[in-house]
Design a protein around this ligand. Structure first.
Ligand SMILES: NC(=O)c1ccc[n+]([C@@H]2O[C@H](COP(=O)([O-])OP(=O)(O)OC[C@H]3O[C@@H](n4cnc5c(N)ncnc54)[C@H](O)[C@@H]3O)[C@@H](O)[C@H]2O)c1
Length: 338
């Protein structure tokens, strides 16, 4: 077994580098690290392919409510910038969440996904290792399971059938991390997140769009017949899994982080209708290329080695997200963001 029962301890004066700190999951992880007393240095390029900079700055303001954090505006592909970052800051480990996410945009600009997600990760690992940093928690995705016919998806399944450029970029990234870890004996947790939702969720993701449109009385698009299914994971559960993996990983180890319950798209829409208190006008659309029919995480390994235990039921998580969204100011800003 790769994990120690004893939690890894970092030197008190050193900081944890969180990449993608202005994003949905990065801002939540950085806040949690600050809350438990870690020093954090953040890195983000404020990429605007999926959503705009103003929302990312808003995420960062929320992080700063939990403690001081220096956020460096930098591309993870910038090798010189990374080298200088590791020279200027005493970094004990890296929580690497910066990436281009999302299946659909990856079909439009696949090269950008390969650059950021594969080359960017390789550059980050090289700069960190040169500076003596040995500990990483790195975001991968359930998308790597691609055409996998067997559910639930287990970390031991062969993942050789990505069905979108995004999935290929994450699968390629995993191989880069594995080869790096075998050469430099780094401790790296590869974390396969299963559809994450909650406050500050990316506005291009289904739950965010559905809530906003249903509340505004606008139609929503349902791709396929509504029977496609996802293992939805609340942000607090993901954050707990990321921190546990960061603290405990030894060697290079892959972990599924899922929500432990799977619902169909139709059931999800019904839950959102109930939480928002309005019926949805549903426009049926063809299933999109790159979309998986089902995702379902096998959590045995994460439970055994990380004590990972997702706590949040879908309805509770949706209510918490809706509470966040209802804030008038947030709504206005998201409308402006289109
Ligand atoms: N949200 C999910 O459901 C989900 C599911 C599986 C995996 N993931 C992975 O989790 C991580 C975080 O996802 P998220 O939903 O918070 O997305 P996000 O877009 O909100 O956050 C990613 C952040 O990375 C930054 N970024 C993009 N390209 C960069 C670059 N070249 N250099 C530096 N920063 C860059 C973006 O500006 C953004 O702030 C990503 O690796 C994503 O692939 C997310």
């Amino acid at each position: 077994m790769a994990c120690n029962a004893a939690r890894w301890r970092y030197a008190g004066h050193m900081a944890i580098l969180v990449t993608g700190v202005a994003g949905f999951i990065g801002s939540a992880c950085a806040s949690a690290l600050l809350r438990r007393g870690d020093a954090v240095v953040g890195l983000d390029s404020y990429d605007e392919l999926l959503y705009n900079r103003a929302l990312k700055e808003q995420n960062l303001s929320w992080v700063r409510r939990h403690g001081d954090v220096e956020c460096l505006e930098m591309d993870v592909c910038d090798a010189e910038g990374l080298t200088s970052l590791f020279k200027r800051h005493a970094i004990s480990g890296v929580v690497h969440l910066a990436a281009l996410a999302g299946v659909r945009s990856s079909i439009q600009v696949p090269h950008r996904y390969y650059d950021t997600n594969i080359t960017g990760t390789a550059r980050l690992l090289a700069a960190a290792t040169a500076a003596g940093v040995q500990r990483f928690a790195i975001a991968s995705s359930s998308s790597v399971y691609g055409g996998n016919k067997k559910v639930p998806f287990a970390e031991t399944d062969v993942v050789a059938e990505p069905i979108s450029p995004y999935a290929a970029s994450k699968a390629g990234m995993e191989l880069v991390v594995r080869s790096h870890a075998s050469m430099y004996a780094t401790n790296a947790a590869l974390l396969r997140f299963f559809t994450v939702y909650g406050p500050r969720q990316r506005p291009d993701m289904a739950i965010h769009k559905f809530m906003r449109r249903i509340a505004a009385g606008e139609p929503i698009e349902m791709f396929g017949d509504g029977s496609s299914a996802r293992d939805y994971t609340f942000i607090d559960d993901i954050v707990a899994g990321v921190l546990a993996a960061f603290d405990r990983v030894e060697g290079c180890r892959t972990y599924n982080l899922g929500g432990d319950h799977v619902v169909t798209l139709r059931e999800l829409i019904e839950c959102i209708e109930a939480v928002v208190g309005r019926p949805a006008q549903v426009l049926r659309r063809e299933m999109q290329p790159g979309d998986m029919l089902v995702t379902m995480a096998e959590l045995q390994r994460s439970r055994a080695e990380l004590d990972y235990c997702p706590q949040t039921q879908l309805v509770t998580g949706l209510e918490r997200m809706w509470e966040w969204m209802r804030d008038e100011a947030q709504e206005t800003r998201y409308k402006q963001a289109g």
